[in-house]
Ligand binder design. Structure first.
Ligand code: PLP
Length: 383
């Protein structure tokens, strides 16, 4: 079965990890610093904090922005549960902004409407977490204008979008947000085995995320509250976590990140090939709007042919050895979220999208034979 995505580990990657394992420090050492530095410089952000997953990075980002009980955090239903869970970890209340079923991204009109209502009822969000679904940035310019008008902060969940561009600049530069988060899970664009990173241009957010990554402990003597300032001294100032990442993971991340542009270019080539081959078929194709360069984490088609629903298409593809997937079951459908009061019908954009959505295999290591197997199966189903 051709999977919908998979990692590409080279001999160079293996050698980098092996070398890092022989270093003196194998966790939170110089490789982690270098990984952070490389990603920050590439993206054009001032600071970066690596962690053991993007879920941890999202949690650190929420905490650094002061999210806590009584606060509202909004995200979209068309995402992985982690985009919403991070706010619940902080004791905040989660709500969702609907998506545009055609762009698959946060709908600006829905956001505007929801903000107007929230303003009247005094329930404005503290933080909005737009998700750059499939590798394409949300309309960050509009989002940041609304953030300024209504006074909320913005965390970009760019788990799908490292290597993507918006308005000609790298996603991750935080030009229109407070913090941007990347994931290095094996199925994403570049991997560290597991891992995440939070980028920001604000030194206070950077320092707070770093402190919270290691239990809320500081070793900066200037910041100490107690009088004792010995060489062994450290102080815990708030309740943090152990979200450290190892140096051998960072070594893998660095090695993979060196190939980022090539990996994203190959993803773009496969996506363009699919779209050209599918142009005359009865399926909705994913669009990349003007001003966007997608990292193409996912290639999602919409099943609209009469007599073929998504469920049937899913099993047909799989019978042919094409491991299609579905991204995402709307978060508010999850039993855990239903218990918080969410119901079907609340976010029709995400729900309509979900009914039709099917993710086709797309990853740089795909052979021409595999790519053509996806194309041929799609033509047979919808030609
Ligand atoms: C993968 C993913 C995450 C979580 O990433 P981890 O590194 O696995 O914790 C969060 N948000 C989105 C949109 C994702 O796709």
């Amino acid at each position: 079965m051709i999977p919908y995505g998979r990692q590409w580990i080279t001999d160079e990657d293996v050698a980098a990890v092996a070398a890092a394992l022989r270093d003196e420090l194998i966790t939170l050492g110089p490789k982690v610093d270098a990984f952070e530095q490389n990603v920050a410089v590439y993206c054009g952000a001032r600071y970066a904090v690596a962690a053991n997953s993007a879920t941890s990075s999202l949690h650190l980002a929420c905490l650094a922005l002061g999210v806590g009980p009584g606060d509202f955090v909004w995200t979209v239903p068309n995402t992985f549960v982690a985009s919403a869970n991070c706010a619940l970890y902080c004791g905040a209340t989660v709500d969702f902004v609907d998506i545009d079923p055609l762009t698959h991204l946060l709908s600006i009109p829905s956001l505007e409407e929801k903000l107007l209502e929230a303003d009247k009822s005094g329930k404005l969000p503290k933080v909005l977490i737009p998700v750059h679904f499939s590798g394409k940035s949300c309309d960050m310019r509009s989002i940041s204008k609304l953030a300024e008008k209504y006074g909320f902060r913005v965390i970009e969940d760019a788990s799908h979008a490292i290597g993507a561009k918006y308005e000609g600049a790298e996603v991750g530069n935080c030009a229109y947000s407070d913090i941007t988060v990347f994931s290095f899970h094996p199925v994403k664009i570049v991997t560290a085995g597991e891992g995440g990173m939070a980028l920001t241009n604000e030194v206070a957010l950077f320092e707070r995320m770093r402190r919270l990554r290691t239990h809320g402990i500081t070793r900066d003597k200037c910041a100490f509250e107690n009088a004792e300032r010995e060489e062994w001294s450290y102080e815990q100032h708030e309740l943090g976590f152990n979200y450290r990442i190892t140096d051998f993971q960072a070594a893998l991340g660095i090695s993979q990140f060196n190939r980022l542009d090539d990996l994203v270019r190959t993803r773009n080539q496969i996506a363009s090939y699919y779209s050209a081959e599918f142009a005359s078929l009865e399926v909705l194709l994913p669009e990349v709007e003007e001003g966007h360069y997608s990292a193409w984490h996912l290639y999602v088609i919409g099943i609209i042919a009469p007599g073929t629903d998504r469920k049937r298409a899913y099993y047909e593809y799989r019978k042919q050895g094409v491991g299609v997937q579905v991204h995402y079951i709307p978060v508010h459908y999850q039993p855990y979220y239903a218990k918080l009061g969410f119901r079907k019908g609340m976010f029709p954009g995400a729900e309509t999208y979900y009914e039709r959505a099917l993710t086709l295999p797309l990853y740089p290591l795909m052979s021409d034979t595999e790519i053509n197997q996806v194309v041929d199966t799609t033509r047979r189903l919808f030609g």
